[in-house]
Design a protein around this ligand. Structure first.
Ligand SMILES: Cc1cc2nc3c(=O)[nH]c(=O)nc-3n(C[C@H](O)[C@H](O)[C@H](O)COP(=O)(O)OP(=O)(O)OC[C@H]3O[C@@H](n4cnc5c(N)ncnc54)[C@H](O)[C@@H]3O)c2cc1C
Ligand code: SF4
Length: 539
């Protein structure tokens, strides 16, 4: 059979593409390298805490937190430079199984360097929020637009004191805002029928499927259309070209028995993640595309960016006697510092940042574990500091430069014979200056709120910075000029009209906000455009 579309990768990007294409009546094959993991069995197991810990130690896993992230790939890329990392979870649903669910729209200013404006994506944001089930307050911020939300989850006590600090600084004319977070978890009845959140805090492996994943919402709905065939444990190893040099004809994949099989298609959607999609395109070379498929521009793997950060901890002694049973919730972070440098950029660095904030004693684990000592006094102090603490975690947009990119490590092949990706990362002066600003501002807010700084990097060095291994974007960027970009405004590659990209590789510029909602909105838009083009017989 020739599929109308093959979608490779079943994470947020691929899952929504499979759903949207099936809804349009296309016959779709969803090809996923990993297996199906079952919530409550493979992760998020509901055992008494000590039994769970014993079982995990027996399995060679540390801690009592039973996350889908335990299944992530190891030793699957080559790092170059300043400690890059690469999050990859091969499973049906990809990293949506373990994501934290923070669901933020990019704002109108964030689209200024995109070839499409905010208004073009806004209807897809609204549709995606309704479809996913996202909770939140409407805050009326200029560059973090409100969406369509289920009942909100408030911030915890320590975070309210940070908000007090922000309010005081705002009175002196500072640009900043402080809001409760927005997450893709059902706090009320939702069309998907997913369970209502229990605030158990195990969101890295939600045992009851309250959190949105590709595996629990779009893929089952796509199956119901009768148009979807799912291939799990199926690693794409080669893209097959047709008689015309610029047309994909199908793919080769390795089946669970290790044999090579072929699938034929009219269109191909790559949604393997920003690192893996670039890797596959670079690894597939033909006479016509000697630098890799869809790479006549030489831009595949370039323009790489992610988020990076560090953490400042504060202490509010006045919280010591509060009733901490109120700290149940959706993971650790319940609030967000935002709105710095949207309108007036900081002269010392490019871009801006947000700061995810948490506090108190959320379920599952102690956030602050830096206490030294032993015995009853140690336990008492550890407990006190956790009850009274606030955590401020920077999420800054990493400067795009020629020093940050992906290529192939031709000396290291995976077990399918594909070269591993090599990730090059070098922090630059702008990145360091941004991190220094976060430290200064966070310390200031803690003090303005009536607290004291507990731990802080102080003067920031490159070694203090931690890359977000799960937020890479930009490696096949969108643009109108085929010489400077890989895909057009429909996420269709300039070079190969029946090859589309459904993941965050296509982001042409990256703000401080989390990527997944925009990834889903764009992939949904791409799928509809693909279906329309097929209907009009343009591809
Ligand atoms: C712990 C954690 C917390 C996070 N929290 C947030 C958050 O709060 N908010 C947010 O916006 N984002 C968050 N993220 C990031 C988010 O998970 C990613 O942005 C998102 O999953 C990317 O979607 P994707 O479809 O591009 O890739 P993935 O989710 O990585 O899915 C890609 C899929 O492609 C498959 N694949 C790869 N190569 C091949 C191949 N050759 N053949 C077949 N299949 C292949 C993989 O197995 C995988 O299933 C978090 C991630 C993690 C790990
Ligand atoms: S807090 Fe809610 S979303 Fe998170 S794991 Fe528990 S039930 Fe799932």
């Amino acid at each position: 059979m020739v599929y109308d579309a093959i979608v490779v990768g079943s994470g947020p990007g691929g899952g929504i593409a499979a759903y949207a294409l099936c809804q349009r009546g296309l016959k779709v094959a969803l090809v996923e390298a990993g297996r199906r993991l079952v919530p409550g069995k493979d992760y998020g197991r509901d055992l008494p805490p000590l039994d769970l810990l014993a079982r995990r130690l027996k399995e060679g896993k540390s801690g009592g937190f039973d996350s889908a992230w335990d299944y992530r790939e190891q030793d699957h890329f080559t790092p170059v430079g300043d400690r890059p990392a690469h999050g990859l979870l091969k499973a049906l649903g990809g990293r949506s199984l373990c994501w934290a669910g923070h669901t933020l729209r990019f704002g109108p200013l964030d689209f200024q360097k995109w070839p499409i404006p905010y208004d073009e994506v806004a209807p897809y944001y609204a549709r995606a929020e309704r479809f996913m089930g996202v909770y939140g307050y409407k805050d009326g911020l200029s560059n973090l637009p409100d969406g369509e939300y289920l009942a909100p989850v408030p911030m915890r006590a320590g975070e309210s004191l940070l908000r007090r600090g922000v309010t005081r600084l705002k009175r002196t004319g500072r640009a900043m805002d402080y809001i409760a977070l927005r997450k893709a978890m059902t706090t009320g009845k939702h069309a998907s029928g997913r369970a209502i959140c229990q605030y158990c805090g195990n969101c890295g492996g939600c045992p009851i499927d309250s959190k949105y994943t590709s595996a629990n919402t779009p893929i089952p709905l796509a199956m119901k259309t009768g148009n979807l065939t799912v291939f799990t444990n199926a690693m794409l190893t080669r893209i097959l070209m047709g008689r015309e040099a610029n047309r994909v004809a199908g793919i080769e994949y390795t089946n669970p028995d290790g044999q090579t099989e072929k699938l034929e298609c009219r269109t191909l959607v790559m949604a393997c993640s920003a690192v893996e999609t670039a890797r596959i395109l670079l690894a597939n070379r033909t006479k016509e595309f000697p630098q890799g498929l869809a790479n006549s521009s030489g831009q595949v793997g370039r323009n790489l960016t992610s988020h990076f950060g560090l953490t400042v901890l504060g202490l509010f002694p006045q919280l010591a006697t509060r009733n901490r049973s109120d700290d149940a919730g959706t993971g650790y972070y319940h609030s967000l510092l935002t709105g710095m440098y949207w309108d007036k950029p900081n002269p010392n660095f490019e871009g801006t940042y947000q700061v995810q904030c948490g506090s108190g004693l959320p379920p599952q684990r102690l956030f602050y574990r830096g206490e030294k000592g032993f015995g009853a006094g140690f336990k008492q102090e550890l407990l006190r500091k956790n009850i009274c603490h606030v955590g401020m975690n920077m999420q800054g947009s990493l400067l795009v430069s020629k020093n940050k990119y992906i290529d192939l490590d031709m000396d290291r092949l995976d077990r399918y014979g594909i070269p591993f990706p090599r990730i090059h990362l070098r922090y630059e002066d702008s990145d360091l200056a941004m991190a220094q600003d976060v430290v200064n501002v966070s310390e200031e807010i803690i003090r303005a709120g009536g607290g004291e700084v507990m731990t802080s990097p102080g003067k920031v060095r490159s070694e203090d910075l931690v890359i977000d291994s799960n937020h890479w974007v930009g490696t096949a960027r969108m643009g109108r000029n085929p010489k400077l970009s890989v895909v057009n405004v429909d996420s269709q590659t300039h070079d190969i009209p029946n090859l589309f990209i459904g993941d965050a590789s296509v982001f042409p510029q990256y703000p401080e906000k989390n990527p997944t909602l925009t990834n889903i909105a764009l992939s949904w838009r791409m799928s509809e455009r693909l279906a329309d083009k097929m209907r009009r017989k343009e591809i």
